[in-house]
Design a protein around this ligand. Structure first.
Ligand code: NAD
Ligand code: TYD
Length: 375
């Protein structure tokens, strides 16, 4: 029988006093990034409780994404590096969270190829530092709070390596075989999280999710890059032959899966999260072009005319595919969006929010962060 930590906590939140509610805080690391910010916005909109959002604000972290909750008393933002142990200890002592949801990471494969050191520093050493701070805090809790506490680690399907076209999808027991500095550093963090469960009994949960897409994704990843380049009249770069396959999941579905695992997942378990949407990169780009041709037609021709095949990424994994049946069977989660509905929402969002893209890609945003959060 599964313990319904979150369900109990969430149900009780609706009947507790504002003071008690304040005690039911969760930490979210990386909550100014793409998935973390979507998670924070959904969490606050759903009235699930208070969030302390811990983010270093690298190029990938954007407070503009969180503008709608800037004055929300249930949202506390702390510009903190997860490598800063003293700062983490202070945050734990001050806020006493009931869970840590760990999204913070360096996340872009291409950047990891050009500069792997940051990936090891944040994804491996940073996760280790966060685990150590969490362990110290957790060990001092009383027995009941200790058993209710959760550390949920948000990871990726890329730790499993690359599939051939005929291989079965990744399951939770597929051996790890990471191929890029990004996936290797995420694999390292997954192993540390696992070790903290087996060695210290820290109640951890790990999710391994496929490629996400949706609103607020930084335009360096395939889908937002292609949308923004298309609208700017720039080439749409496709690596290699465009036949690499990814399994796409709408970000809101990933956030719902994380809430489900937090509520109902068994400590020590890992859960694969996927969208049942295997697509070649060329198919994805064609889908974007068709949506743009419909929603914002070019003066002449199709956005497809901008497609350009470019040199392949070194060590480019051929295929990722997730078997998400465990999450469905044990915790009753399935994605709500199809690829078609999710992609339409995403393209419509980027069309409606050109200023978000302009802000996050301009020096203006960095200047604003430095003025407001200079150390
Ligand atoms: P992102 O790059 O958009 O956001 C990462 C966030 O972490 C940023 O806000 C950044 O400022 C913050 N950060 C980076 N280093 C930090 C540090 N040292 N201390 C504190 N904060 C720091 O990434 P994302 O796409 O939102 O991914 C979030 C998590 O989900 C990552 O752990 C990633 O590995 C995982 N994931 C992503 C995908 C995907 O398709 N994007 C799929 C599966 C899993
Ligand atoms: P990306 O969004 O970087 O995610 P990941 O590498 O983590 O899967 O890339 C998705 C796929 O799209 C991947 O196979 C690489 C490919 N790609 C391109 O073909 N062109 C591009 O400009 C980018 C950024 C990615």
């Amino acid at each position: 029988m599964l313990r319904l930590w979150g369900s109990e906590a969430l149900t009780s939140l609706s009947r507790v006093s504002p003071r008690e509610k304040k005690l039911s805080k969760v930490f979210v690391t990386g909550g100014a990034g793409f998935i973390g910010a979507n998670f924070v916005l959904d969490w606050l909109a759903g009235g699930h409780g208070a969030v302390v959002n811990i983010d270093k604000l690298t190029y990938a972290g954007n407070l503009k994404t969180l503008a709608s909750v800037a004055d929300n008393a249930d949202h506390v933002f702390s510009r903190t590096d997860i490598n800063d142990r003293d700062a983490l200890d202070r945050l734990f002592a001050e806020h006493k969270p009931v869970a840590v949801l760990h999204f913070a990471a360096e996340s872009h494969v291409d950047r990891s190829i050009h500069g792997p050191a940051e990936f090891v520093q944040t994804n491996v050493v940073g996760t280790f530092t966060l685990l150590e701070a969490t362990r110290q805090y957790w060990q001092a809790l009383d027995a009941s709070a200790r058993s209710d506490f959760r550390f949920l680690h948000v990871s990726t399907d890329e730790v499993f390596g690359s599939l051939s076209p005929t291989d079965p999808q990744f399951s939770e027991t597929t051996p790890y075989a990471p191929n890029s500095p990004y996936s290797a550093s995420k694999a390292g963090s997954d192993h540390l999280v696992r070790a903290y469960y087996h060695t210290y009994g820290l109640p951890v949960l790990t999710t391994n999710c496929s490629n996400n897409y949706g609103q607020y994704q930084f335009p360096e990843k395939l889908i937002p890059l292609v949308i923004t380049n298309a609208l700017a009249g720039k080439p749409l770069p496709i690596y290699g032959d465009g036949q690499n396959v990814r399994d796409w999941l709408f970000v809101g579905d990933h956030c719902a899966a994380i809430r489900t695992v937090l509520e109902q997942g068994l400590p020590g378990e890992t859960y694969n999260v996927g969208g049942w949407n295997e697509k070649t990169n060329l198919d994805v780009v064609h889908t974007i072009c068709a949506l743009l041709d419909e929603l914002k037609p070019r003066v002449a021709g199709s956005y497809r005319d901008q497609i350009t095949f470019v040199k392949d990424r070194p060590g480019h994994d051929r295929r990722y595919a997730i078997d998400a049946r465990k999450l469905e069977r044990e915790l009753n989660w399935r994605p709500a969006e199809t690829f078609e509905t999710g992609m339409r929402k995403t393209v419509e969002w980027y069309l409606a929010n050109p200023s978000w893209v302009a802000d996050v890609t301009s020096g203006e945003y960095r200047k604003w962060v430095d003025e407001h959060y200079c150390a």
